[in-house]
Design a protein around this ligand. Structure first.
Ligand SMILES: NC(=O)c1ccc[n+]([C@@H]2O[C@H](COP(=O)([O-])OP(=O)(O)OC[C@H]3O[C@@H](n4cnc5c(N)ncnc54)[C@H](OP(=O)(O)O)[C@@H]3O)[C@@H](O)[C@H]2O)c1
Length: 221
């Protein structure tokens, strides 16, 4: 069966959190099945009850991260950087045939840093090896805007080394109402991840919760 927006499943690892919950609301288009993953199945189920009250359409269920990735076509990693490497390691062996979407920004407090692998994306790809392509996306979008399905979104830079997987993620990002750009290979990820640190600074400085990025001067969108 050809994969369309109507027949795929997205698991959000750490889906009980700010970004994951907000993404679930955006993805809730007819037919898209969302699985909220958590380290605690009960916490996932509670998060689903909250989300269901706000979800305009779509189907959402909740379970452990381990269980949640089994039925997924796309696995979004939405946990803080502190838990990133361990979480990806824990899921290794269950991600074959899936596309991993990494949203994680390496931060110490609110300050961005470059991890030893070069970026969170490259760290995940090193852990997973050939098992699954890792594509970076959504780093520069605020969870506040993502969760308000009527608000407009900034642009999304999608990066990674697997062109086919990257194109699929670009389509998903467009599906949630953002303009997606091919942001280049995995070696660009540290810039895109780190930019979030600048956005956090801007939000604080100018007392906003909506900071994002807008690409100008590029045609074809
Ligand atoms: N919030 C934003 O606006 C935003 C925007 C762009 C990118 N991001 C990135 O998206 C990721 C998630 O951000 P967030 O704000 O949603 O984070 P969050 O709410 O603090 O955490 C998300 C979820 O991750 C799980 N978690 C927490 N600590 C963990 C650990 N040590 N190991 C494994 N799982 C852990 C928790 O779920 P359980 O307790 O249910 O397991 C939590 O609900 C971050 O890496 C962040 O940099 C966030």
């Amino acid at each position: 069966m050809q994969q369309t927006m109507e027949n795929f499943t997205v698991t959000i690892v750490g889906g009980t959190g700010n970004l994951g919950g907000a993404l679930a609301l955006r993805l809730g288009a007819p037919g898209v099945k969302i699985i909220i993953g958590s380290r605690d199945a009960e916490k996932a189920k509670k998060a689903v009850e909250t989300l269901k009250a706000k979800l305009r359409a779509g189907e959402v269920v909740g379970t452990t991260n381990q269980q949640a990735v089994k039925d997924a076509d796309f696995v979004v990693i939405a946990v803080p950087y502190e838990g990133h490497a361990q979480m990806v390691s824990d899921l290794k062996g269950q991600l074959a045939g899936k596309v991993v979407i990494d949203t994680v920004v390496p931060l110490k407090g609110v300050k961005p840093f470059v991890p030893p692998a070069g970026s969170a994306l490259q760290e995940a790809q090193q852990i997973l090896g050939e098992e699954a392509p890792v594509i970076g996306a959504l780093h520069n979008i605020s969870a506040v805007d993502l969760g308000d399905v009527d608000s407009s979104l900034g642009d999304v830079l999608v990066c990674g080394d697997n062109a086919e997987a990257k194109q699929k993620v670009i389509e998903i990002v467009q599906h949630i109402g953002a303009t997606a750009y091919d942001g280049g290979p995995a070696t660009n990820a540290y810039v895109i991840e780190g930019l979030t640190g600048v956005i956090i600074y801007l939000n604080r400085k100018y007392k906003s919760k909506h900071g994002s990025i807008k690409i100008t001067g590029i045609g074809g969108h």
